[in-house]
Design a protein around this ligand. Structure first.
Ligand SMILES: Nc1ncnc2c1ncn2[C@@H]1O[C@H](COP(=O)(O)OP(=O)(O)O)[C@@H](O)[C@H]1O
Ligand SMILES: [Mg+2]
Length: 243
């Protein structure tokens, strides 16, 4: 089997009597970027929570490559308000890394994101963009093999969105980690992902898988292949909504 960091087979999730996910099968190869695209409420976050081990599937299997570490950028803000910028990183790092390595990575990430001068500030003293960057580097600070990004660009302006995207792609290139990105923006998925899984409305299931192998630096929405994929995705969702 190819080098897979994540393999999900026939996963199902039910809350009380609400069937949220039905028979999800997908995989993510090491070093690749996959995207999960689907309507609001179809179970995307639920799937991530199961991958991170925060909740259990009611059927099927989720297999992570043995020894892989999962970083998670949550959909909602999760910074600890009573801890400083640096302490927020230490808090997650202490479960995984030795002190020296942890400090080295922290300084590297804080420097790369322009947050080093703010390391003793509290989240409430940061701008929205800084908080967003901190959420991102907190997940990166444990040196994850797989990074889960749940709508990381939601509610940020276009400028910051482009900056954050660049930053994530830089880490991805340098560290060789795998990225799994939830978005409901087809353009974002097409610009970033090697593989896109389209989910149906609740109960979520994979209705289409699209693959691209264009190198990141050559991706532009003006590219014919990407543009027609974008059209295809939009058409599928329009059809779904029209039903
Ligand atoms: N802990 C929970 N208990 C009960 N229902 C939940 C819980 N978490 C999510 N749900 C429901 O599951 C559905 C899918 O939620 P979610 O995974 O957050 O969707 P998405 O991220 O695709 O918008 C929603 O209808 C939501 O209300
Ligand atoms: Mg969600």
């Amino acid at each position: 089997m190819e080098n897979r960091v994540l393999e999900i087979t026939g996963v199902k999730k039910v809350y009380d009597s609400l069937e949220v996910l039905e028979d999800i099968s997908l995989y993510l190869k090491q070093g690749e970027i996959a995207s999960l695209l689907g309507p609001s409420g179809c179970g995307k976050t639920t799937l991530f929570r199961m991958v991170a081990g925060l909740t259990k599937p009611d059927g099927g299997k989720i297999i992570l490559k043995p020894g892989s570490r999962v970083g998670y950028v949550f959909q909602e803000p999760r910074l600890l308000p009573w801890k400083t910028v640096e302490e927020n990183l230490v808090f997650v790092q202490q479960n995984y890394l030795g002190e020296e390595e942890a400090r080295f990575i922290r300084e590297e990430l804080l420097t790369a994101t322009g947050l080093l001068d703010f390391k003793d500030h509290y989240p409430a003293q940061l701008s929205g963009g800084m908080k967003q960057r901190l959420e991102l580097i907190r997940a990166l600070s444990i040196k994850p093999d797989l990074l889960l990004l749940d709508e990381p660009f939601k509610s940020v302006d276009t400028h910051l969105k482009i900056k954050l995207r660049e930053m994530i792609l830089n880490f991805w290139k340098e560290e060789g980690l795998s990225l799994f990105l939830i978005t409901h923006d087809p353009e974002e998925a097409v610009l970033m992902a090697d593989r896109i899984y389209l989910l149906s409305d609740k109960p979520g299931r994979v209705i289409k898988t699209l693959e691209f192998n264009k190198p990141q630096q050559q991706r532009t929405i003006k590219d014919e292949e990407l543009y027609s994929a974008l059209e295809e995705i939009i058409n599928i969702f329009m059809e779904l909504n029209g039903k």
